[in-house]
Design a protein around this ligand. Sequence first.
Ligand code: ATP
Ligand code: MG
Length: 384
Amino acid sequence: MILGGNNWLGVLGGGQLGRMLSLDARRMGFNVLTWTGGDRSGAAATADQIIDAPFDDPNALDEFTKKVQVATVEFENLPQTTLEKVEDRVKLFPSPQAVTICQHREREKNFLSENGFACAKFKVAHDLITFKQALQELHCDVIVKTAEFGYDGKGQVRLNKSLSEQEITQAWEAFDGGRVVIEECISLQAELSVIVARSSKCEILTYDPVENIHRNHILDVSIVPARIPESIQAEAKDIALSIADTLQYVGILAVEFFLSADGRLVVNEMAPRPHNSGHHTLNACTCSQFENQARAIAGLPLGSTKLLSPVVMMNLLGDLWIDENTPPNWDPITSSQGASLHLYGKREARAGRKMGHATFMDNSLEKTIEQVNVVREIFKLPTV
Ligand code: ATP
Ligand code: MG
């Protein structure tokens, strides 16, 4: 692809990940066409052009595939048929097969266990009988997760191992007859993620592992370098690289891990796209995860993933807003030396909705965390 020429990169999805991908890709000289699927919340304002139509619209498919030379996704919950139709006509990275595995927890867990990647013990259920059986066989505290369409902990419930028959039936009914994955509840020492970039020329790199702190099942803070032993970080990188190779993956892949209290490193899940825990790369790495997404799918050499400074990323959720349309005063962030504010242009704030993020950088991780904590105290958030 000739940068600065008449090249068009297509993005399926209209959220904040597409927004940040567009901004970086356009800075490099790509033209970006975003097919929103009806979600105009984040990316519509930053693309060169948009198609604001559902993913099953045949005219939108024609328009999209006539214009772009290469396409990618900014979220995984896309209809498989749309992905296959796009792939029939233009290059699409990651492949529909890879997206299909990552969008469905049962397929994802089967992929991991069949290929020898450690994950939490799990069972699958599709009715009350198989649900009861699974709980009996696992015989520990569990987290039940819908197989599809879960994000930010939605569609998940934690169940204690000593539930009565009646409570088990009630828990199953809440899932409304869908397929679920039931996994052991792991006592966590830490959570981490590794972001991998793998190009259509099979070049492969990772960013430094990220330590992630979740609150109410939503990512709250990401810290790099991770305060996790080097040997564990090296193991996580190796696993993430190996997953990307096994999937013959092209693009950015995020692999989330749990480190259990007894020192086991297991894969939690994968995201076939840039990831919230990689947002710090916009400020703190030579090339961001978004720039490398564009490079990887366009067959360009990957950019350096080198970390230039200790960094902490903090999500800005709708809870901080004064009301639906009124953001808080950002002075604590904008006046903080080494902080950078990113807002996604979403109009309606809601509790738990990701509205933006801020990154903080200083000479040492200790000083960076101090800066973050000053801001978090003002915003009445728990300190790191
Ligand atoms: P996201 O899309 O934000 O990554 P998600 O809805 O896909 O979230 P998970 O990553 O499966 O959900 O879970 C969200 C969080 O819930 C995890 O990061 C972890 O903090 C907690 N959690 C999930 N599964 C387990 C488990 N088996 N044991 C302990 N904690 C868990
Ligand atoms: Mg997750």
